[in-house]
Design a protein around this ligand. Structure first.
Ligand SMILES: [Zn+2]
Length: 129
């Protein structure tokens, strides 16, 4: 009985930690997207100098690439992906998350267990959700 509660507490802790990391990812990527758009529109409409326009667009693209790279890293390493075919939950590699087509957090990837490709949903815990 005590062990069961310990296990339950551990699963809850894992869920809360993963939820927190996915929230960090959301904040990082959306702030970067917002500042990207502000810089691009400012470069297009508010600035006349080609030197400043080039600098602003370069900074906008660079910060978005860095934020997305970190966002994908957080996305890949936080929680698990559940195979749509066999239900196996796994932590995918960075490159499979990077190149997988996705809708929100659901990604089309190959399962390491059954080797089939399917739409895999993000799960916060390894066993239950
Ligand atoms: Zn599978």
């Amino acid at each position: 009985m005590i062990d069961l509660f310990g296990k339950k507490a551990k699963i809850n802790e894992q869920r809360e930690t993963n939820k927190k990391f996915l929230m960090y990812e959301f904040v990082i990527v959306y702030i970067a997207l917002f500042s990207f758009l502000v810089l691009i529109f400012a470069a297009a409409y508010a600035v006349q100098s080609i030197v400043w326009q080039t600098a602003m667009i370069t900074i906008a693209v660079a910060e978005l690439i860095v934020a997305c790279a970190f966002g994908i890293k957080i996305e890949a390493e936080t929680g698990f992906y559940e195979c749509g075919k066999c239900g196996h939950r796994h932590v995918p590699t960075y490159s499979s998350v990077l190149w997988a087509p996705h809708m929100g957090r659901t990604r089309y990837m190959r399962c390491p267990n059954c080797e089939e490709k399917s739409w895999q949903k993000k799960r916060l815990t390894e066993k239950e959700d």
